[in-house]
Design a protein around this ligand. Structure first.
Ligand code: MG
Length: 386
């Protein structure tokens, strides 16, 4: 049997949404993007094995995403995509070179089985073949925002992946092109070696997930309608005691008072966790992290948020938006709002445009008005497949 290994390139460090999570490890309809990309090949009858190239710094994320699939040890990638692919090919060569290789972007989770079959079958007649999409829009060449000319779109294609090759030829072409690093796909490496590449129409949904909007588009393309919309509210209060800094929404602010509490006492994150759990019908923060349990003493409340986010993902949900109100006379929230939104978006793995934070005083009335404590309110909306 002809051996054909799928080499999934997932070494990029590009994170979406201003967060710290690289996009290939972000969830899409309850599964990480990388897992979906891997499964597309792992379950395909023409594919004899799957190998993933990763950034070694992402090892834990990799294990969490696909560690249960029985894949061979992932390959440590390089700084550039081209370098990562070469490292992947060299590893395949060492482990008994396959006849064919299909190189695929880890951030293209929606490649379908028919496209994989078509790209594979093209190799019966050609040394190289790629999935691609014919350009249908009129193309303009611009100088700044001014059109210079209209480009003839006849015979123009957008290059997608998978890109498949006879293994010995692509390995040699990549070795010869090592260090060039301006070649943005493997077909370019093959072309540079003077070798022919066949264009194969891709399934149209086989997009590369680059921007937050792509994730929404991909979720729609997956046929998920997420019509089951659920909302939860959260409320929390912490007493203020003398201190040097206060932690709100995961942001440390120099202040003469701090919130008193068992964990790091981030009143905003506690309200947020309750809102998320509320939307899931899953109790409240004390259900999972009882204050009586010494292991949560001094704990960064980000841990509680991440736990709730994981629960959302496990239930196949998508966080649509959150809105938080902090009720206090001081500190003023405005100057820290941007940092708070950024941190919340990072913890929630969503676009900052889906996060709102605001501060309110209570006109010096009540316990918040007397600065005896801070109150926080949160609302979270989660969409589930309806
Ligand atoms: Mg609390």
């Amino acid at each position: 049997m002809t051996t054909c290994i799928a080499l999934i390139v997932a070494a990029g460090s590009g994170s979406r949404f201003g967060g710290s999570l690289p996009k290939q490890y972000c969830p899409l309809a309850g599964q990480t993007i990388l897992r979906r990309s891997v499964l597309a090949f792992l379950n395909h009858p023409h594919i004899t094995g799957v190998r993933v190239v990763i950034n070694p710094a992402h090892r834990e994320l990799y294990d969490a995403a696909v560690g249960d699939l029985g894949l061979p040890e992932p390959v440590a990638g390089g700084a550039q995509r081209q370098e990562s692919v070469l490292l992947g090919l060299e590893t395949l060569a060492k482990d008994g070179a396959p006849d064919l290789v299909m190189i695929h972007d880890g951030a293209r989770p929606l490649v379908d089985a028919a496209t994989i079959t078509a790209v594979r079958n093209a190799l019966d007649k050609s040394k190289g073949a790629i999935a691609a999409k014919r350009v249908v829009d009129t193309l303009k060449k611009g100088d700044g925002d001014q059109i210079v000319t209209t480009v003839d779109r006849n015979n123009l294609w957008q290059a997608y992946t998978p890109q498949s090759f006879h293994f010995a030829e692509i390995l040699k072409a990549h070795r010869d092109a090592a260090g060039v690093n301006s070649l943005t796909d493997d077909a370019s490496v093959f072309e540079k070696a003077g070798l022919p590449v066949t264009l194969v129409p891709s399934n149209p949904d086989n997009m590369k997930i680059t921007n937050p909007e792509d994730l929404d588009r991909a979720a729609r393309a997956l046929g998920q309608n997420y019509g089951d919309i659920r909302t939860g509210t959260g409320f929390d209060v912490h007493r203020l005691v003398p201190g040097v800094e206060i932690i709100l929404c995961g942001v440390k602010i120099p202040h003469a008072f701090r919130c008193e509490g068992h964990s790091d006492a981030d009143v905003a994150l506690h309200a947020l966790v309750d809102a998320l759990l509320g939307a899931m019908g899953a109790g409240d923060i004390g259900t999972y992290f009882p204050p009586s349990d010494p292991q949560w003493k001094g704990m960064d409340s980000a841990h509680f948020v991440r736990h709730a986010v994981k629960m959302v993902s496990e239930r196949g949900g998508i966080i649509s938006n959150v809105d938080l109100t902090l009720i206090c006379e001081a500190p003023r929230i405005g100057p820290h709002r941007e940092a708070m939104v950024k941190r919340l978006a990072e913890l929630l793995e969503i676009d900052p445009a889906r996060v709102n934070v605001k501060g309110k005083t209570s006109e010096k009335l009540g316990f918040t008005g007397r600065s005896e404590g801070i109150a926080a309110q949160a609302v979270a909306t989660i969409r589930f497949q309806g």
